[in-house]
Design a protein around this ligand. Structure first.
Ligand code: IPE
Ligand code: IPE
Ligand code: MG
Length: 248
């Protein structure tokens, strides 16, 4: 057990992977795994509320996932729409502020409208900020920021020489929020899969074989315990990070 004072991440980012394999192991269609994955989403939100985590960012659907078989994409869209209809009141009641990041224009009007409505309904909440990355890609996110800055420069409102990391950071998704402290990927693969490329620069990475629908509070706690034991140096030396301890 970590000491009681162990730091809890302010911002947790999760790649919820392994739904398809979870279903295939049960000889069921992949969509059954996506449905089962929705339960783990609720459980993870509960966990963050209990732990006092301020920001939770979930990767629900990547830019590349549009290339999956039409049947699977259609089923996922139905699930999104149902979840938006079913869950938002409860999230609102619990003080969760919901936001979506990604290319919203690619969704059907009914879904885009529900997303906007969920954001508007929960805009005043501050207990937990829940970001759902849907039709999101890290490269696309950075390209969108570059385009916005180029437009400003072309219009003569921005000196290109003044563009620095802070300015780019202010134009990518999740600007204004603390960067993710801890990244979790379930499902056993050890890759980023075009998630928050800019934002994960100094995030602690944690991987588990557990498939997303099987995730429970125990698995999430393991990740937090591991995180609590890490030393984040941000390019500095240990002595600089904890001068008192290092010289003792
Ligand atoms: C993650 O689970 C959910 C989405 C990408 C929408 P997968 O569907 O990728 O499940 P696996 O990786 O094939 O098992
Ligand atoms: C990443 O999972 C995207 C989401 C979980 C939404 P994928 O299953 O799409 O990633 P790859 O294809 O294994 O890299
Ligand atoms: Mg996958």
């Amino acid at each position: 057990m970590p000491p009681a004072s162990a730091p809890v991440p302010r911002h947790l980012a999760v790649i919820m992977d392994g739904n398809g394999r979870w279903a295939q192991r049960r000889r069921r269609p992949r969509v059954v795994g996506h449905r089962a994955g929705a339960r783990a989403v609720n459980l993870t939100i509960d966990f963050c509320l209990r732990q006092g985590i301020e920001v939770l960012t979930l990767f629900a659907f990547s830019s590349e996932n549009w290339g999956r078989p039409e049947e699977e994409v259609g089923a996922l869209m139905k699930l999104f729409l149902n979840a938006l209809e079913r869950e938002v009141d409860e999230l609102d009641r619990r003080g969760v502020r919901v936001r979506f990041i990604g290319e919203r224009g690619r969704f059907a009007e009914a879904i885009a409208q529900r997303m906007a409505a969920a954001e508007a309904q929960t805009a005043g909440n501050a207990r937990l900020q829940l970001n759902i990355a849907a039709s999101y890609g890290g490269r696309q996110d950075i390209a969108t920021a570059a385009r916005a800055l180029a437009r400003e420069a072309a219009a003569g409102r921005l000196d290109p020489d003044s563009i620095d990391e802070a300015m780019v950071g202010a134009h990518v998704a999740l600007a204004g929020l603390p960067a993710p402290d801890l990244f979790i990927r379930t499902g056993g693969d050890r890759r980023i899969s075009n998630f928050l490329l800019w934002q994960l620069a100094y995030t602690e990475l944690w991987f588990t074989e557990t498939l997303w629908p099987d995730v429970d509070a125990g698995v999430l706690q393991q990740a937090l315990d591991d995180y609590a034991g890490r030393e984040r140096r941000f390019g500095l030396t240990s002595a600089q990070i904890a001068p008192v301890e290092a010289s003792a």
